[in-house]
Design a protein around this ligand. Structure first.
Ligand code: 5AD
Ligand code: SF4
Length: 485
């Protein structure tokens, strides 16, 4: 193939898209689906912007400075685009995701090199938007000028769901035996620190029949593990859809039970869940569906009742503790993970101590910790008593050190066990393969690339802060951790 930068490829040659994904797993899923939408237009994936005809930045808006990062990346892309144009070729630049949703107009005004701004609920219309850009560039060619801020903007929350317009999943949506499946989007909870209800819109659940169909498609395409995604995944309340038995509304628990019937699906995970939506049946599912991995990401954010209330979380610390007790009663080896925010406005030393005590009492296998960041438009941003950066930094360090110790202890507790590991990629050292245990721990073994995408029993030999080392077990019967044949 000729150098794409010269623009001398003939029309029949494939176009290339480079998608950069920021933020959460929902964005990873959306990026894959954008690739699916673009594939029928002839776009193959490119590894770098330099080799692409179209660059999509799939952005995240959850914490500060996210948009600044996007603008500096856009500055680099503008230079690349100018270079292309000097060579008589072009580069189309699209901004997608939550920054696009929140700051669409501003992006187009501030960076005229941007051709398309598309929100997270509208990306199924990318082909249409690209066609509009192509028409604009034809006009431009005629009059030789480009209007500043002439980019195409689509940040509507459409009345129909994008999911009804996306192509069926393919092998491209399965990575090393694992796939994401978005079942729910948006959020109505309005935690006072969070932009998601504004950027992703109201809570929406996909119909159960559509989810099951996509799941079967992903398993047929090679997935042995599915991670069900949603901003509030356990608030799932999808309609059964035509022909469904039992009719009416499905819960996440019912969906997991139905997914567990799919032959070849060995691991089911879900994320992110809210402590208010852990209903009795969902707790029970953790005990009686063996495919559901013994790992739960259940963000608590703070251990202080006062702060939980100011955050509008809708529950207190005791609710969380009781929930964890019930879950562990049913599934004693359940590994818990959480998100924490330190330095929410008004958080006192005593409030922070409550968080440290809760962490101490619960014992987490892993966690994500954040300093509170003020997001314009959220109720938290308007609160008085915003904390000094130095206080946030000190609290974050203390919390991370406690959680780091807990993670190391958790990893160490598995040494000696034989566990099924789903191998995902080559490790850093030659001859090393890296995979995930049922508790989402990173596990290294000596092995070859043929292991990628398969579940292999591994004896865990040594634990570190963020991973474990093990050896492949060949002569043993399946361990007690094996969840399926
Ligand atoms: N400041 C800090 N952390 C935040 N999160 C969401 N909004 C903010 C914010 N304004 C964190 C929460 C959430 C995770 C995805 O990001 O902990 O669970
Ligand atoms: Fe944001 Fe709270 Fe909704 Fe989670 S539950 S997405 S933190 S508003």
């Amino acid at each position: 193939m000729k150098d794409v930068r010269t623009g001398t490829r003939s029309q029949w040659q494939r176009k290339r898209v480079f998608i950069r994904t920021y933020g959460c797993q929902m964005n990873v899923y959306d990026s894959d689906r954008m690739a699916d939408v673009l594939r029928p237009l002839g776009y193959a994936l490119s590894e770098t912007p330099e080799q692409a005809d179209l660059v999509v930045l799939n952005t995240c808006h959850i914490r500060e400075r996210a948009s600044e990062k996007v603008y500096s990346e856009l500055g680099r892309l503008r230079d690349l685009k100018s270079e292309r144009r000097r060579d008589g070729a072009d580069l189309t630049i699209a901004v997608a995701g939550c920054v696009a949703q929140a700051e669409g107009e501003e992006i187009i005004q501030r960076q005229p090199a941007v051709d398309i701004v598309v929100g997270p609920q509208a990306y199924h219309r990318l082909p249409e938007l690209l066609a509009r850009v192509a028409r604009q560039s034809d006009d431009r060619r005629a009059d030789g000028r480009r209007r500043p801020g002439a980019g195409v903007l689509d940040t509507e929350f459409p009345v129909d769901s994008k999911f009804d317009h996306l192509p069926a999943p393919s092998e491209a949506d399965v990575r090393a035996g694992s796939a994401f499946l978005s079942i729910q989007e948006g959020c109505d909870k309005f935690c006072t620190f969070c932009v998601v209800p504004y950027t992703r819109g109201a809570e929406y659940s996909r119909p159960a029949t559509a989810v099951l169909q996509e799941a079967r498609g992903l398993v047929a395409a090679g997935a042995v593990e599915l991670t069900l995604l949603g901003q509030n995944v356990n608030a799932y309340h999808g309609e059964g859809g035509p022909g469904s038995i039992g009719g009416s509304t499905w819960t996440l628990a019912r969906l997991i039970r139905a997914l567990a019937e799919i032959d070849g699906l060995v691991r089911i995970r879900y994320t992110t869940s809210h402590p208010r939506d852990m209903d009795d049946d969902l707790i029970a599912v953790h005990g009686d569906v063996p495919q559901l991995t013994p790992y739960l990401h259940l963000p608590v954010q703070s251990g202080s009742d006062r702060i939980l209330e100011a955050m509008n979380r809708g529950h207190g610390r005791d609710h969380y503790r009781r929930l964890v007790d019930r879950l562990r009663g049913i599934r004693p080896d359940l590994a818990l993970s959480s998100d924490f925010i330190v330095g929410f406005p008004g958080e006192s030393d005593a409030d922070f101590d409550d968080t440290m005590r809760l962490v101490d009492e619960i014992g987490f296998a892993s966690a994500y910790t954040f300093k509170y960041s003020r997001r314009p438009g959220t109720p938290g941003a308007a609160l008085g008593d915003q904390l000094a950066e130095s206080i946030k930094t000190a609290r974050l360090a203390a919390l991370q050190s406690l959680l780091g110790r807990q993670q190391r202890d958790f990893n160490a507790s598995k040494v000696g066990a034989v566990v099924p590991v789903l191998f995902a990629e080559a490790g850093r050292k030659p001859g090393q393969m890296l995979g995930k245990s049922p508790w989402l721990q990173s596990v290294y073994v000596e092995g070859g690339a043929d292991m990628i995408g398969s579940i292999v029993n591994v004896r865990l030999l040594a634990a570190y802060a963020l991973s474990l080392a093990g050896e492949v077990v060949t002569d043993e019967s399946p361990s007690r951790f094996e969840v399926a044949a």
